[in-house]
Design a protein. Structure first.
Length: 387
């Protein structure tokens, strides 16, 4: 074992010893200084993906950098050069070292001095430690919030899987805005041996009631999926869970889908939700027609659900979204609308999945100055082209 490899393993063991402690960020900085950095700071991304927020570090580093580049609290790989430029504009001698967990960065280590290779090794270990340690302490979660978050939105944030992921044959990017309030939407996905499961849901109403419905729906969805349920059985399980809540207004709309990598077939069930969109490599956008049915939790306990199937070609994209996207209104009451959704997707036809999601979110946010009054949720699946 070389000295450099031994040092990396020592770094990892030091960080893992702090794994369940609020001292983990300080341990990362200690190791950065041991690797030769004379100044260092650790930054995470806020839950809206708009700021880098200092988790720990020397006071010479700003508390925040405005960096509207993330998809939720994660940075896609193509944004790191932009983050470097943003940081260098304030601290010219600083270097940005991403904290990678697979194909997404949880934040960045910013240093002045030190060997780049050693610091990247440390950042890789720090990313893993931060990802694991977030379940043991509120330190990271607290730092990601640049303002107070309400209870419903906190529930929502805890329901969501990683915003950026690569699976066999596809890339996924997803996000929910505004992030700090509302809280009725969710998305979910899981790569299993029977295909890539996908879901987007929107609970009726806002606030705590909507968050409670969404939380129960996600639990029912995952339970059904992990019990080897079919797509139809999954819709029934989520429906029953919602139905048992009682009350005439406690329901949700949702799309549940499975994409099969080998066959290219997308199967889905639409329960009162906006239809998925198919995006061609040239940016052309088509609504996928389905039979559809009523929202979940309504009418009778036992219902029948029928799937729709469609063959998705390599290089195409599938977009699932909530009505908070097209129904965003400006000060004159004009809707953002489906044509603007299509325009945003066409404009970023060559972008990565994460880049396309961020662009659509920016278009929705920039359409009006007033805050979002409804969740705006996006789940984009980018099918890899043929090689």
């Amino acid at each position: 074992m070389t000295n450099r490899t031994a040092n990396v393993h020592d770094d990892a063991s030091e960080l893992l010893r702090e794994l369940v402690s609020h001292r983990l960020p300080a341990a990362v900085l200690r190791e950065a200084r041991a690797a030769g950095a004379h100044k260092a700071a650790l930054y995470v991304v806020d839950i809206d993906g708009s700021c880098l927020i200092r988790l720990a570090g020397d006071e010479q580093f700003p508390e925040r950098f405005q960096a509207p580049l993330g998809v939720g609290p994660e940075l896609p790989s193509e944004t790191i050069a932009q983050v470097q430029d943003i940081v260098a504009s304030r601290i010219p001698e600083a270097r940005v070292i991403p904290l990678w967990v697979r194909d997404r960065a949880l934040g960045v280590l910013v240093t002045c001095g030190g060997a780049t290779d050693d610091l990247q090794d440390l950042a890789d270990q720090a990313a893993l430690a931060l990802e694991l340690g977030s379940g043991y302490s509120d330190v990271i979660h607290r730092a990601r919030r640049r303002k107070e978050i309400d209870a419903a939105a906190e529930i929502q944030q805890n329901l969501l899987p990683p915003r950026i992921a690569t699976v066999e044959g596809a890339h996924i990017a997803a996000g929910v805005l505004p992030g700090y309030e509302v809280g009725g939407d969710f998305f979910d996905y899981a790569e299993n041996d029977d295909g890539l499961w996908l879901a987007v849901g929107d609970a009726m109403g806002k606030g705590n009631t909507a968050a409670a419905i969404s939380s129960l729906a996600v639990g029912a969805l995952r339970a059904a999926r992990r019990n080897d349920a079919t797509l139809e059985q999954t819709a029934q399980v989520v429906h029953e869970a919602s139905f048992e809540l009682g009350g005439p207004y406690q329901f949700l709309t949702a799309v549940f889908a499975v994409w099969h990598h080998t066959s290219g077939t997308l199967a889905w069930i639409n329960c009162g939700h906006p239809r998925p969109l198919l995006v061609d490599p040239d940016g052309g956008v088509t609504e996928l027609v389905d039979e559809g049915t009523y929202p979940l939790g309504m009418f009778r306990r036992q219902r029948s659900f029928r799937r729709t199937e469609f063959h998705v070609e390599p290089g195409q994209r599938i977009l699932f979204y909530s009505d908070g996207i097209p129904e965003r209104r400006d000060s004159a009451g004009e809707l953002f609308g489906m044509e603007r959704v299509a325009e945003a997707l066409r404009a970023r036809a060559n972008a990565t999945a994460a880049g396309a999601v961020r662009a659509l979110q920016d278009a929705v946010l920039g359409f009006a100055s007033r805050p979002l009054r409804d969740d705006a949720t996006i789940l984009l699946v980018d099918i890899e082209p043929r090689r």
